[in-house]
Design a protein around this ligand. Sequence first.
Ligand code: ZN
Ligand code: ZN
Length: 348
Amino acid sequence: MPRARAFQAAGPTRPLAFVEREVPEPGPGQVRVRIEACGVCHSDYLTVEGHWPGISYPRVPGHEIAGTIDALGREVPGWAAGDRVGIGWHGGHCGYCDSCRRGDFVTCRVAPQIPGISYDGGYSDFLIAPSAALARIPDALSAVEAAPLLCAGITTFNSLRNSSARPGDLVAVLGVGGLGHLGVQFAAQMGFETVAIARGKDKEALSRELGAHHAIDSDSQDPAAELTRLGGAKVILATVTSGQAMTAVIGGLGVDGKLLIVGAPEDPLQVDRRLAVRQVDRIRGHDEVRRAHRRPFQKRGLSAGAGPSRLRPHDERQGAVPRRPDDRRLQVRKQMNLVIPSPSSLSS
Ligand SMILES: [Zn+2]
Ligand SMILES: [Zn+2]
């Protein structure tokens, strides 16, 4: 009998433990996915630390999943064994609540599901998931390249795609980490005048390599003043988890500028009353930008302009990204970073 390997959290604040267990069977409406890669997202700590209400333990974390359909339960139209699929934060929905009737599945009010929280996720050889959670992965994109796009990629891509910024507008990305390094690349390739804001000088070279036209060191410079000097940002994409860092950039918004918060702030965000009245049109949050992400690899989605076959792990020169579950303890977000080459380098 084949066995499935997994890293699971036995309970809140308990360390991840390696286990072997029987390969699970899909039920009606479900598929079994043989996992080839899973990104490590900051939000995985919600499972490991027990910070999400109602988690049933033991639980396998992981919601940046790429693999191949291995088996299908009954009533799974449109999919076949061997199809390459990905699963991100949206892991299923009820289909009949008001949100679902609007096609806004990620805000489902009745039965929202998240892999790694609602059911076992991607730190494993296999996963059982509802077919409604699947996104097709194009052949040109490897599993390692696709996995981080299922959460970090779609979060930054959709937030910029659905923002009010247009090519030529000044767009700042606060934080150049797991989310931010993708945000900088998307922003630059969408034609925005792109500003990368990071603490310290050491991220400047990487930011410019990723396509940023300007780099601001928030340790030695006032990011709000620098953005104002550049004309004021149409959009600031805040990928950090510090409310204080977000507060420090709000003054750099231009008229009708928007702060898009995709990192969950751990401390309060403060908005000066004058800024709130005169400059800040809206502050938008997390779920807002995660919407419509069931098909992240659709023709007009992530692959547009990005050249999916050209995506590569940023730190590939430091060694292959681990693919086996027993290697995953070595994985850090840094190893899943991606570089999207500029259009000129795609023609080669
Ligand atoms: Zn995530
Ligand atoms: Zn629903």
